[in-house]
Design a protein around this ligand. Structure first.
Ligand code: MG
Length: 262
């Protein structure tokens, strides 16, 4: 069941969303060669708590029992890691492709977003992949309008990514979000247009393309969390939390001052 949010609830979600945007901007600034993802994680947790939020990913325990709870505030996925990478003590190196996903809960409502950055100035291949993934997300956001179907988002994301010669991950999808981090509906990043529920004002969706340089196939590590590309090639990830309004998409995880826009 898709839970529609009132205007008041959407404004509460914007508070959580802006905190997430602020944390991701700070992480992007701090992500330089020599810094470890554990250090980034510590700063992110502090920033969320100082901003009145609760890290949404830390101790997150999915319904199934084959893994322990996620241990950190950030998912940091480097190079061939697709999603759910666990921060560690390895210093980042020039040219690393770093995807950072985080969520915060403020006053009972969640925000969820992800960005991908390249460490240093080099690695044009990584930069092109990250840029295409960001544009795939933007293509998905543009069709977040009342009257469109859910799979119009999926199709727009897939079309952009594949037109640039990349592939989209099938196994992980976006999701509704609100008073839970994951709500209905699941939002695949691929598919035919014109299918699934009709989008309505009050729906709030976390759209999150995961785009691979090579094959779309992925495999999970034995601890369940860390997911890598099957061919070892690069992967990038962008995400925003978006409210559907009468006048179109309202990006709740946009930085303050960029209200509603990208
Ligand atoms: Mg998400």
């Amino acid at each position: 069941m898709i839970v529609l949010k009132s205007r008041r609830e959407i404004e509460k979600m914007r508070v959580a969303g802006r905190l997430v945007a602020d944390v991701l901007a700070a992480v992007a600034d701090a992500a330089v060669a020599g810094v470890t993802t554990e250090e980034l994680d510590e700063r992110a947790e502090e920033r969320i708590r100082n901003g009145g939020g609760i890290p949404a990913f830390k101790h997150y325990q999915p319904d199934f029992i084959r893994c322990g709870p996620f241990p950190a505030t950030l998912c940091t996925s480097v190079n061939s890691e697709v999603v759910h990478g666990i921060p560690d003590g390895r210093p980042l190196e020039e040219g690393d492709l770093l995807s950072v996903d985080t969520g915060a809960q403020v006053d009972g409502y969640f925000g969820d977003a992800a960005i991908t950055v390249v460490i240093g100035d080099g690695n044009i291949e990584a930069r092109l992949l990250a840029d295409a993934t960001r544009r795939a997300l933007e293509a998905g956001i543009r069709v977040c309008r009342p009257g469109n179907h859910l799979s119009d988002i999926s199709h727009a994301v897939q079309e952009l990514a594949e037109s640039e010669g990349y592939s989209v991950v099938r196994r992980f999808v976006g999701h509704g979000i609100g008073t839970s981090m994951h709500e209905d509906p699941p939002i695949p990043n691929y598919g035919e247009p014109g299918k699934g529920p009709v989008l309505k004002p009050g729906m709030v969706l976390a759209v999150e393309p995961m785009v691979n340089a090579g094959t779309w196939e992925v495999e999970a590590s034995p601890d369940y969390w860390r997911v890598c590309t099957r061919d070892g090639d690069l992967s990038a990830h962008f995400e925003h939390t978006i409210a559907i309004t009468e006048s179109g998409p309202d990006v709740l995880t946009a930085a303050e001052g960029l209200s509603g826009s990208l």
